[in-house]
Design a protein around this ligand. Structure first.
Ligand SMILES: NC(=O)CC[C@H](N)C(=O)O
Length: 337
C-alpha cells in the first residue's frame, strides 16, 4: 500500500541554498536576531514530516549562504542544476529554499532561463525555524504542494510565501519584519491552503519554455550595476561603475525613473562610450517607467525598465546582454519579459 502511494505521488527535489528558512536563533524569542544559513537540507525536510504526504521529497544542499551574498556564479550554478533536474524523467517539480533578501532576483533569473514547464518554486521564510510562529515550515509545505501539482506546470517560476502563490517575475520583498513581506504590484496568482492550490490569474510575460534565453548556453553574466537616484545626487557613482567595467547601469530612479539634471550629461556621455543606460524606479509600490516620458530616451538611446524594479532590471539586463548589445533589442526584451 505504501509503495502504491509513493508511486502515485510526484517526485520533488528541494535545492537548499541557505537564508532564514535555514536559520537558527539563540532562543524562541529571537525572531529577528539569529544567524541565517545554519540548518542543512535534510534537517529542514525532517522538520516537516507532512511533506511525505504531498510528494516523494529529496534534498540537495547546493550552497549554504545568506542571500545578500549571492554572486552571479552562484546564480549560474543553481540555474544549471535546476535545468539538469528539470531534464530528468524522475523529477516532477523543483523547490529552491532561499534567503529572502534576493529571493526575487533568483526567482526572476530562473524564470528567464529555465526551459521547462515543470514547476519551479522558490521559497524562504521571514523567521528562523527556532522562533515562535516560525513561517518556514508552512512556506516549505506549500512550496512542495505547488511544485508537486500538475496545475502549476507552465506558469513560470513561482514563489510561495504567506499562503500566496506569486509570480517570480513580479514578486518583491516589501518589508523585512513581517511574514506578510512578499508582494507583487499586480497581485498574487493564487493561494495555497492545506496543501491544495487555488489559481486566479496567469503571468502574461514571456517565461521559461517561451523564453529565448537558456541557462545551458550561458557560461557567464556581464557586469551590470545599479546607481540610486535622490535629491542632490552626483554622477560619481555612475562614472565609477562604468570605470569598473559595468556594461549596463540600472538607474534606480526617483518617481517615474526621472534623472537629476546633475546626472543627465554623465549618462549621455556613458551611453556614447557604449554603456547601456536603463531607467527604472525605486518607488515602493512598483514603478512604471515609460519611454520618452520624463527623459528623451529615443534621443539619448537609453532603455526603460517599465515595471521592473532596479534589482530585477539588473537580472534581465545581464541575461539579455548575453545575446545582444543592441539597445533596441534590449528595449524589446524589457517590454516582453
Ligand atoms: N529572511 C531572510 O531570509 C533574510 C536572511 C538573509 N539576509 C538572507 O537573505 O538570506
Amino acid at each position: 500500500k505504501d509503495l502504491e502511494n509513493q508511486q502515485k505521488l510526484a517526485n520533488v527535489v528541494i535545492l537548499a541554498t541557505g537564508g532564514t528558512i535555514a536559520g537558527a536563533g539563540a532562543s524562541a524569542a529571537n525572531s529577528a536576531t539569529y544567524q541565517a544559513a545554519k540548518v542543512g537540507v535534510d534537517k529542514l525536510i525532517a522538520g516537516v514530516p507532512e511533506l511525505a504526504n504531498l510528494a516523494n521529497v529529496r534534498g540537495e544542499q547546493v550552497m549554504q549562504i545568506a542571500s545578500e551574498s549571492i554572486t552571479n556564479e552562484n546564480l549560474l550554478q543553481l540555474g544549471k542544476r535546476v535545468a539538469e533536474l528539470a531534464d530528468s524523467k524522475d523529477v516532477d517539480g523543483i523547490v529552491i529554499t532561499h534567503g529572502t533578501d534576493t529571493l526575487e532576483e533568483t526567482a526572476y533569473f530562473l524564470n528567464l532561463v529555465e526551459k521547462t514547464d515543470k514547476p519551479i518554486v522558490v521559497v524562504g521564510s521571514m523567521r528562523p525555524g527556532t522562533a515562535m510562529s516560525a513561517d518556514g515550515m508552512l512556506n516549505l509545505y506549500n512550496a512542495v504542494a505547488v511544485a508537486g501539482s500538475k496545475d502549476a506546470r507552465g506558469k513560470g517560476v513561482l514563489v510561495t510565501m504567506n499562503d500566496e502563490i506569486q509570480s517570480g517575475r513580479d514578486v518583491s520583498k516589501t518589508i523585512n519584519i513581517k511574514t506578510e513581506a512578499f508582494k507583487s504590484p499586480w497581485g498574487p496568482l493564487g493561494m495555497v491552503v492545506e496543501g491544495k492550490s487555488y489559481w486566479f490569474r496567469l503571468p502574461a510575460k514571456r517565461h521559461t519554455q517561451d523564453s529565448e534565453f537558456d541557462i545551458k548556453t550561458i557560461s557567464s553574466l556581464p557586469a551590470v550595476d545599479i546607481a540610486y537616484g535622490y535629491g542632490n545626487v552626483s554622477d560619481t557613482a555612475y562614472k565609477a561603475l562604468a570605470q569598473n567595467g559595468a556594461k549596463a547601469i540600472i538607474h534606480a530612479g526617483t518617481g517615474n525613473g526621472s534623472v537629476s539634471s546633475r546626472v543627465v550629461p554623465a549618462l549621455q556621455e556613458l551611453r556614447k562610450n557604449g554603456v547601456q543606460i536603463i531607467r527604472s524606479s525605486h518607488v515602493n509600490g512598483g514603478g512604471f517607467v515609460l519611454r520618452n516620458a520624463e527623459q528623451p530616451d529615443d534621443k539619448n538611446d537609453w532603455v526603460v525598465a517599465h515595471d521592473l524594479n532596479p534589482q530585477k532590471a539588473r537580472i534581465l539586463a545581464m541575461v539579455a546582454l548575453t545575446k545582444t548589445q543592441d539597445s533596441k533589442e534590449l528595449q524589446r526584451i524589457f517590454w516582453e519579459y
